[in-house]
Design a protein around this ligand. Structure first.
Ligand code: NAD
Length: 366
């Protein structure tokens, strides 16, 4: 089937902060054709529709439209489950922003519904399909650093209330640093090292409220409902162990983002919230870190690449990479991190996932 025939007609629900880049990319990424958008606040959808030359519809009209094959859900996390499931009920494939849902049970229901309807569900993040993280996956698979034995992943900052125009949701159930930023770090670790077997750790809520300093909400008090600092230990089914720190409570630090330690050397992984490099390697005996040439592929902000891969996968009859099952394993991990500190015990993951296939070089070029 040619690329033209494979194109899925896309309707975006949720026209907030992140929607602009999706609208730009859904017009150019292979397999996608952007046709309409909707938002609970119709004026937001209308403004975006004018900007991008597409139709603004009500959420109901978008879901009912026979002109739409794929719903891209860019609503806030607490709405993902409802919007995703309504789209599946309406017979559409779904690609959701992260997290897939705010509870494991809701995520399981979404994936089960898609399976029962013969529809696809995909989920962000898709940064592991970018040239930077694909280079890391290739280097690990080629054995460049030997057998992976351990990894670290650090996301530390002081929360999004300084820049996000509408930051309240970040401190509500289903958000916090683990549910907001965890998916980038956990998805990247899984894409490199495979599924996780069990997790332990602690967490804390360091501040009862936050004060917004972003221009739109300056001075607004944001109650904090969720832990804002996690220190977790992950054991991968294939053997390696990882130390994970995810925090909105840190003003400054000197930490790397992700490093993988192998029996023959170390791999420095780029920011998993981006698609490019740099990727650096230092093997036993090397005096300095060396920058690895990037695999061909996407290096710019290519959010939506996972939806594009899903559209092509449907046409080619193969599994897609940024899958609901992968997002469900990530969700399971995030909820398990919370359970681990609440029970002060290791939590065995309920779910698993086959590591997504690396992109073949010719596909990575896009
Ligand atoms: N902002 C970022 O930089 C960023 C980056 C990556 C991922 N994300 C993810 O993208 C999603 C959206 O984030 P955002 O920053 O754009 O949020 P936002 O609050 O700016 O926008 C969300 C939009 O969804 C609409 N909405 C909420 N519930 C709805 C419903 N039930 N039906 C229809 N519309 C509804 C809101 O009116 C709003 O316009 C989140 O899951 C977030 O984690 C955001």
């Amino acid at each position: 089937m040619g690329l033209q025939a494979a194109k899925l007609r896309v309707g975006i629900i949720g026209c907030g902060n992140i929607s602009g880049i999706y609208m730009k990319n859904c017009r150019v990424l292979p397999g996608l054709k952007l046709v309409a958008c909707a938002d609970a606040l119709p004026e937001r959808a209308e403004a975006k529709a004018r900007e991008h030359g597409i139709d603004a519809l009500s959420v109901d009209a978008l879901l009912e439209s026979p002109e739409i094959d794929l719903v891209v859900d860019l609503t806030v996390p607490a709405a993902h489950s409802l919007v995703n499931q309504r789209a599946l009920e309406a017979g559409k494939h779904v690609y959701s922003e992260k997290p897939l849902a705010v509870t494991r049970a809701e995520g399981e229901a979404t994936v089960a519904l898609a399976e029962s309807r013969g529809l696809r569900v995909g989920c962000a993040p898709d940064t592991f399909l970018g040239a930077g993280l694909q280079t890391c996956i290739n280097l690990i698979d080629q054995g460049v650093i030997g057998e992976p034995v351990a990894a670290v992943a650090f996301m530390a900052g002081h929360g999004p209330e300084s820049w996000h125009p509408d930051p309240a949701f970040f401190y509500k159930q289903g958000a916090g640093p683990m549910f907001d930023m965890g998916p980038y770090y956990l998805t990247t670790l899984i894409a490199m090292l495979g599924p996780v077997a069990r997790i332990s750790g602690v967490a804390r809520k360091s501040f009862a409220e936050r004060i917004a300093t972003s221009e739109a909400r300056k001075g607004e008090r944001l109650p904090v409902e969720v832990p804002t600092h996690y220190a977790s230990t992950l054991e991968f089914a294939s053997g390696p162990v990882a130390s994970l720190l995810i925090s909105f409570d840190v003003w400054a630090h000197n930490l790397p983002r992700i490093e993988v330690y192998g029996s023959e050397g170390s791999l420095s992984v780029p920011d998993p919230n981006t698609f490019g490099g740099p990727v650096r390697v230092k093997l036993a005996g090397d005096a300095e870190w060396r920058e690895a040439p990037l695999a061909p592929g996407y290096t710019d902000n290519s959010r939506g690449l996972g939806a594009s891969d899903m559209a092509l996968a449907i046409a080619e009859g193969r599994p897609h990479r940024a899958s609901g099952q992968l997002a469900l394993h990530v969700l399971d991990l995030m909820e398990s991190a919370q359970e681990a500190y609440e029970t002060a015990q290791y939590v065995k993951l309920r779910s698993s996932v086959t590591r997504p296939a690396p992109l073949p070089v010719e596909k990575a070029v896009g």
